[in-house]
Every structure is written in structure tokens, then in C-alpha cells.
Design a protein. Structure first.
Length: 212
């Protein structure tokens, strides 16, 4: 189902009704996290990075910073070495994602949709994988409630395309509900043996087979 028409307007209304009061209610927590990052890692408090949005149009994604900038003579240290104790906690609880409510309010993200990845991946997608940009990206998505970052890239893209082809408002509500449970369990935060998600280097087209 297309995200146009009245269904798209209802989805956008839901986004605003959650993001706006969410930012207000969570403002004390956001301030505490910001102060903790400022004390332990210095400035900046938020990580800002260009990501592809709807139809691959770039926008700036906001997250709480989880890594310091230490480097040696060879350049920046590995993600594992730069990830701080506070950063691990923020990632394991998904608190680092809270600033993205601002992206939702601005209309750059939805609460639910394929996660926005890196700009350099655009040229590496197959035509099927590139279809993930036919809808607005989201804070959480079908891949996140099924395997999160523990999924392989092929599995992740299969879930993204399944979502694009099968989207409806009931599915979004189900994903939001399952996301809360996923955050509580703290499962699939990273792929085994990796502090962060390994870089996507390209793959063959995968055929989505998952369902709700």
C-alpha cells in the first residue's frame, strides 16, 4: 500500500502526535544524557551525519554521541576502542536514538520505516535493495523488530523491501509495540564480534519472504 492519500496523512499525524509530546516529556532525560556526554566526552553532544531519506534525498540525522575521537599515528582508533562505557549503555538501551524525534518532527524520518543508512551505500544497492527509499525512513522498522543489527545485510534488506510492499497502519502499530519489547530485551544490538554494524560492501539481490 502506498504511503500517499489519507493513510499517509494518518501516518504523519501519528508521527507528530508522538514526537512532539515525546520531546517535551523526555526533555529532562535528554538534558541529563547531554550533560553526561559533555562531561565524559566533551563536545559535541550530538552526532550529526548526512543520510539518504525518502527517494534518497539527503538529510542530517541526529543521535547522541557514543564515541570519543581518539586516534593514533595511523588515524582514528577502531570503533571498539572509541566506544565509551556511557556510549555502550546508550546504545544498549536505544537512548542514543532519542534526538531522532526531532528528525521525525521535521518530516525527515517517520517513527517506522527502513533505517536510514550511509550515503556511500547508495551506489552499492541492487535495484531491489534501492526500493527501501520508496518510503520515508524510520527510527525503527521491520528489520529492527525481527533481528535488529544481528541480521545479515541480505536479511535486513529483505525485511525493508517486505515492509515497502506490505505497509499499512496496522503494521506500523505492531512494529512500534514490538520495538518496545525489543528495547527491553536488549537483543540484536550489534552483530556478533562487532562493536558496530559492519560496513555494507554490496550484495546480490535478495527476495523478501518474511511476513507479519
Amino acid at each position: 500500500m502506498t504511503q500517499q492519500g489519507w493513510c499517509g496523512r494518518v501516518k504523519r499525524t501519528l508521527d507528530v502526535l508522538v514526537a512532539a509530546p515525546g520531546l517535551v516529556v523526555l526533555s529532562p532525560l535528554l538534558l541529563v544524557i547531554a550533560c553526561a556526554i559533555r562531561i565524559t566526552m566533551g563536545r559535541p553532544v550530538c552526532f550529526r551525519q548526512e543520510r539518504p531519506g525518502l527517494n534518497a534525498r539527503p538529510f542530517h540525522l541526529f543521535k547522541f554521541r557514543t564515541m570519543h575521537d581518539d586516534r593514533d599515528n595511523a588515524g582514528p582508533l577502531s570503533d571498539q576502542q572509541r566506544l565509551t562505557g556511557l556510549g555502550r549503555f546508550l546504545r544498549s538501551t536505544s537512548l542514543d536514538e532519542l534526538p531522532q524525534l526531532w528528525n521525525v518532527l521535521r518530516g525527515e524520518l517517520s517513527l517506522v520505516g527502513p533505517r536510514p543508512l550511509l550515503m556511500q551505500y547508495l551506489d552499492r544497492y541492487t535495484p531491489i535493495e534501492a526500493r527501501r527509499h520508496e518510503v520515508l525512513p524510520g527510527i525503527t522498522g521491520w528489520a529492527q523488530v525481527n533481528g535488529r543489527n544481528a541480521f545479515s545485510w541480505d536479511q535486513r534488506f529483505a525485511c525493508d523491501i517486505w515492509y515497502v510492499d506490505n505497509w499499512n497502519l496496522r503494521l506500523d502499530v505492531a512494529i512500534l509495540y514490538r520495538t518496545l519489547w525489543q528495547v527491553v530485551k536488549r537483543e540484536g544490538i550489534t552483530r556478533e564480534g562487532h562493536a558496530t554494524v559492519p560496513e555494507f560492501m554490496g550484495s546480490r539481490a535478495s527476495v523478501p519472504k518474511r511476513g507479519l
